[in-house]
Design a protein around this ligand. Sequence first.
Ligand SMILES: Cc1ncc(COP(=O)(O)O)c(C=O)c1O
Length: 496
Amino acid sequence: MRIPLDRQSTLPLYRQIETALRQGILSGGLSPDTRLPATRQLARDLGVNRITVETAYAELEADGLIASRVGSGSYVLPACSPPPRPPDSPACPPWPAWQQAVHARSELAGPPLPAPAPAPQTISFAGGTGDSRLFPADDFRKVMQAVMRRDGAAALEYGDPRGYAPLRGTIARVLASQGLQAHPDNILITAGSQAALALVAQLLLKPGDGILVESPTYSGALDLFRALRLRVVGIPIDERGMQVEALESLLARQQPGLIYTIPNFHNPTGTCLSSQRRRQLMAVADRYGVPILEDDFVGDLRYEGRAQPALKALDPGGRVIYVSTFSKMLMPGLRVGFLAVEGPVYAGLAGLKRASDLATSNLIQRALEAYVTVGRYQAHLRRSCQIYHKRRDAMLRAIRRHLPAGVRCDPPQGGLFVWLRLPASLSAGQLLPLAAEEGVTFDPGGRFFPDGAAGECAASPWGDCLRLNFAVQTPEAIDEGIRRLGQALRRLAART
Ligand SMILES: Cc1ncc(COP(=O)(O)O)c(C=O)c1O
């Protein structure tokens, strides 16, 4: 333990030691049950007399901050460390001016912290990932061990900042099997697709520039674009995806520097951009010279219907930056996503990535490459599709069975989400606490809108909306959860 001591100070050394430890305990840095160094050891480390340290410990013990256990040492007592200081606590001295300036910039306030975990009996349809109970943790552990045996220390070096070359090759082959031609040298591996979105927005746009997004859209993208102080412009979406018919006038009026779109199993609405609109979008964006950022986060989770070509597959070269991820189709904790693009922008993105994080985890990339190459990824994907398909069907059945007739939804052909539209008089924000009382939870729709509408689905003739993740619950839990949601809706309707 390092404690800076000022030997010229009039404050005795034991007080300096006591003060440093007290601050550590009260700030939470030394958490409850932390064992403090033995007095003899600390005295040696600090170059002081052992009695000096013993006196400091005795003071802390007298104040109830630590306790000594016979034969075992001194430990920090529980309930000593308060929660982190609230930003404007009157009891503390004010933050320095530069901290206050950060606090005043609302776009840097960041998104709300993750909601606390729901009560154990609550059935949760919230969140944006697949079911963690299906993650192939054992298989992945074996692959990691095999890679460590095979590659040894090489797996623990930084590695190529563009990404592990064999993994880029594997991704190129997977994309080619989906009709999307990308050379491995045009693929950049990133820490999840969120990092890819951030690189593109940072490279191509500056604060104040416009970015066109579907309204509603992925809330994590909205958080990112707001944090970068971009001007977020929404374009409405219907059951055939982005209303491309409105695009031309928006491009002319708002002059955005980038179009961000989720053409497959859109988050949060689950819709797919129709084939005709894909071609229209490409043509209009090209006419106005605006790049497209295509986010294909769950493209492979298709349960029915014909796949449409990726926008990238319609790109004659360098118009579309394609982004995808292993988070939803495999496991989000891998933090592996990627982008594919040709032209000078690739070098710009690779340079920015290197400057930002040096490289994405080499070990995880090697393990992922081995996992995909031996065919386990494809097998996992097939199994996930079968299971999620059944869960989607279970949710649509439960909605028909348990929810009032005024509630609308368009059945998604894949992905993770069902988007519910409530009758005009009902609010998802008001529904949420009632649903929690019934033992079910979901994501209210307001957070997915670029204008930040706090619950109302702007411009929706149906009133309010909410997102249900059907992938995370078994068919039985889905039926029960939607039954509870129906109860909550009926209670809300009776009140309003
Ligand atoms: C549409 C969409 N894009 C991108 C992401 C980012 O995912 P990751 O960074 O885990 O790849 C998410 C996560 O929920 C998402 O829903």
